[in-house]
Design a protein. Sequence first.
Length: 266
Amino acid sequence: MKISRGCISLIIVILFLSLSCTTVPITGRQQFSILPDYAMLSMSLQQYNEFLKTNKISRNQEQTKMVKKVGRKIQMAVEQYFTDKNMSHALKDYKWEFNLIESEEKNAWAMPGGKVVVYEGILPITKDEAGLAVVMGHEIAHAIAKHGNERMSQGLIAQIGGMTLSKALAEKPEKTRQLWMTVFGVGAQYGVMLPFSRLQESEADHLGLIFMDIAGYNPDEAVEVWKRMAQLKEGQAPPEFLSTHPSDETRIRKIKETIPKAKQYL
């Protein structure tokens, strides 16, 4: 039987996609990932160090201490949980760092390998340790679920023709760097990558609730934090189809639905 070139190409694509799937811990979602962890960790360390060189670490010792305390508390709880469930391999080579940045920006993010940054501007919204645990649990979830790897994989295929990360850095360094910074919160995502980003945000909310609960924080606080976020926007939130985050109403509704499930992991 003669097989057409089209069929052969389709078989190759299906095989490539099947071999490029990994599983998100706890949720079990299959995700597309073509980048080896060592490449992501190496670039993460490089970009993280560059960021720290060009941004000021907070001089507020009390707030810095709180950020590090909450981060470490969630980290240790998650590591213990993963060890108990024989999933510690998922955290291999993670070197956690938690830093507070001197900035009025209301933001926080995490890079692969556990590099977590919180901006001073978000602290009036989080208010206390429990509120901060909502945000940091969410960002730690992004790192553990390897959402950055997933989005970089999508971006390399969509924008740089599926190059390996090392080749993209060598041949198109600026474009690759811009893609990296966009993936981790600088810039907007539109088109085919947008729905996936919303899915990742919802997944990070789900995992973040679990992580803060096993660390001893009350997940119910997440509802109050996101209500304060919504109030701060004063009706200026962008339409959901243009946002990489779910709308506030959608997010709060899903969080309320997820909280009882999150409390079952202890």
